[in-house]
Each structure stands twice: as C-alpha cells, then as structure tokens.
Design a binder for this molecule. Structure first.
Ligand SMILES: NC(=O)c1ccc[n+]([C@@H]2O[C@H](COP(=O)([O-])OP(=O)(O)OC[C@H]3O[C@@H](n4cnc5c(N)ncnc54)[C@H](OP(=O)(O)O)[C@@H]3O)[C@@H](O)[C@H]2O)c1
Length: 317
C-alpha cells in the first residue's frame, strides 16, 4: 500500500520501519527533517511539507505528540489535500480532541479513524502493538490489512472517542502501577528491609504486575536513558485521563496527587527520560512544589519528632 507517515519520533519511526519491512511504499514528513534520515535510508521517500506528504498516498498515519500538534499538521498543514484521504490517527490525544479532528478532516472531504496503540518501539518493530480503532466500521475494514501489519489483531471499539478512552484508561494504569511500585520499593529500601525477600513475596502474590520487573533494573541503577516512552508523554496522558474522567463525574482525588507529582518532572529534568524516572520523584530529595511554602505532603512545614530513617531493619511491631 502507499502510506504517508506524519511524525517520525520514537513511536512513528518504529512504525515506519515496520511498514517498510512489510513491503509498503512509505512517504514520510517530520517537523525536524533530520529525524527522517533512518527511514529514508531504509527506503522511505521524504517530503518537504505535510501537504506534499499527504498528496503522495491515500493513507495518512499521524504519530505526533499531542492534539494541538496533530491538528496543526492535519488541518493547517494539509487542509484541502485531505480530500479523499484516509487518516489513521495514532498519537494519544483526548477523546474530545479526536472527535473535533474527525469533524475537521471530514469537512475537508477526508475520512478519519482513531487508532491509538498500546506498546512501544520494540512492539512496533516486531508487529506486536495492540491497536485500538474507533470510527467508521467500514473504514476499519479497509484499514485492517494495514493495521494487521502493526499488530496481531486490531480491535474496533466503536465511535470516534472510544479508542482514545480505552488508551487513556490503559495509560492511567501505566502511571499508577509504576508509581505504586516505586513508592513501595523506596519504603522497603529506606527502612532497610531485605529487598530481594520483598520482591519474592510480591512476585508470588496477586499484586504482582510484570511491569515491576521490567522497570526494576532502571530504578536500581537510576538509568533512564534511551527511552521508548518519555515521562513528558506519560504526564500528558495522565492529565488527559483526569480531564476525561472529570467529564464523567469520576472521583479522581488520589490520581490528582500523582498528576501534581509528575508536574515536577520538568524541574527534575526527567521529561525526556524513560517514564520510570518518576522513581526519582518519590525519593526524599524530590523537588518541592514551587512557592507552596508547604512540604511534599501538602502539610505546613514542621519539625519532625520521628527519627530519620536508618539503614537498620525496622523491628517487628
Ligand atoms: N513512544 C511510545 O512508546 C508511545 C506509545 C504509544 C503511544 N504513543 C503516543 O504517540 C505519540 C508520539 O509519541 P513519540 O513517543 O513518538 O513522541 P516523540 O518521540 O516525542 O515524537 C513526537 C513527534 O511529534 C512531532 N511534533 C511535536 N510537536 C509538533 C508540532 N507542533 N508540529 C509538528 N510536529 C510536531 C515531533 O516532531 P519533531 O521531531 O520535530 O520534534 C515528533 O515527530 C504521542 O501522542 C505518544 O503519547 C507513544
């Protein structure tokens, strides 16, 4: 198939590589042209503008940072050249943003399927992403052969918005599970409890999630380089989850705290690092909220009467 890929960042470049491996003819455009180079070397055609890229293929895949960037590229950048094109919108954006984009694309005579994915670069490169699709069932049927090259079994979830809701629900779990594990690990370490024993108990329990071991080495070594999914995008997705949950009247009080914690990511310099770097935010030296005059728990500053943690094991109660 002739496919145009708009956005060759971490995920987009891996999707592009997979599509080339599967024998598709690929045209690519990226705001920073240097980031297209590996795909061009692998056989993709580079375009100078989104409009030129769109004109090359009936299928357009967008893998851009957020809703604003996607709207900017599709609507301001391509506009009338959307006529007759089929857009597969793969970046993670809000369901409301996606609905608005669908309307704008259709106004220009194009058609729109949202296709967010679960999984990252390794899964994209090996065709093991989980693709969630929403929009016209007919368009989903047409896109199916292409989507099957990215994943085993694409799933159609309903009208536009439904796949983005599912994607945000999954990414809330990424944030919450990573944070929960980080905090428990910190406590065990700070109190001098035997870490391996704690992990063995966890692994044998119903509380265990494979993501814990997947991120353990990074947390232990404090090495969050070469990210597949950076902290800035996790923060974006958590905020999108909070906004969306609010529209359904859900109680998000506990999650708002995690949202506030992740806002310290920029100051802590972890935005571009693997999202498990949120482990740096749960330690005793986490940056404080600027100008709050309060401690990290939201309480007024006060002298503690409990001794600082020691490396001694906590005696049993
Ligand atoms: N990485 C993953 O594992 C993963 C998994 C599932 C979903 N996603 C979602 O997929 C999307 C892309 O993620 P990524 O990890 O590939 O991000 P990334 O590496 O940060 O790439 C972002 C892409 O968006 C482009 N971009 C940003 N702002 C733009 C603007 N104003 N105008 C034009 N282009 C703009 C960037 O262009 P430049 O190169 O010029 O900056 C780049 O191509 C995000 O929505 C993310 O949440 C990512």
């Amino acid at each position: 198939m002739d496919i145009t890929l708009l956005g060759t960042g971490l995920l987009g470049s891996a999707i592009g590589e997979r599509l080339l491996q599967r024998g598709h003819r690929l045209t690519v455009w990226n705001r920073t042209p240097e980031r297209m180079a590996p795909l061009v070397a692998a056989g993709a055609q580079a375009a100078d503008s989104p409009e030129e890229a769109a004109s090359a293929s009936p299928w357009l895949i967008t893998v851009l940072s957020d809703g604003d960037a996607t709207r900017h590229v599709l609507i301001e950048g391509i506009g009338s050249a959307l006529n007759g094109r089929r857009v597969l919108q793969t970046g993670t954006i809000g369901p409301g943003e996606s609905l608005e984009l669908a309307r704008l694309v259709e106004d220009w005579g194009g058609s729109y399927l949202e296709t967010p994915v679960l999984g990252s670069r390794p899964e994209a490169l090996s065709g093991r992403l989980q693709v969630m699709a929403a929009g016209s069932e007919n368009l989903f049927a047409q896109a199916r052969p292409l989507l099957e090259d990215l994943c085993g079994q694409p799933r159609w979830l309903g009208a536009v918005g439904a796949a983005m809701v599912a994607k945000l629900a999954l990414n809330q779990l990424i944030a919450s599970l990573t944070h929960a594990f980080s905090l428990s690990l910190r406590l065990v370490q700070a109190a001098g409890v035997e870490e391996e024993s704690f992990l063995e108990i966890l692994r044998e329990s119903a509380l265990y999630a494979p993501t814990f071991d997947k991120k353990l080495a990074r947390m232990r070594s404090d090495d969050y380089s070469q990210p597949n999914f950076p902290t800035a995008h996790l923060r974006k997705d958590l905020n999108l989850f909070l906004q969306t949950a609010e529209t359904f009247g859900l109680e998000t009080l506990a999650l708002e705290g995690l949202g506030r914690l992740l806002t310290r990511g920029s100051e802590a310099g972890i935005d571009g690092l693997d999202y498990s770097a949120l482990h740096r935010l749960t330690g005793p030296d986490t940056p404080q909220e600027a100008g709050s005059g309060r401690d990290r728990r939201g309480a007024p500053p006060q002298r503690s009467c409990t001794p600082p943690p020691t490396s001694q094991a906590v005696p049993p109660p």
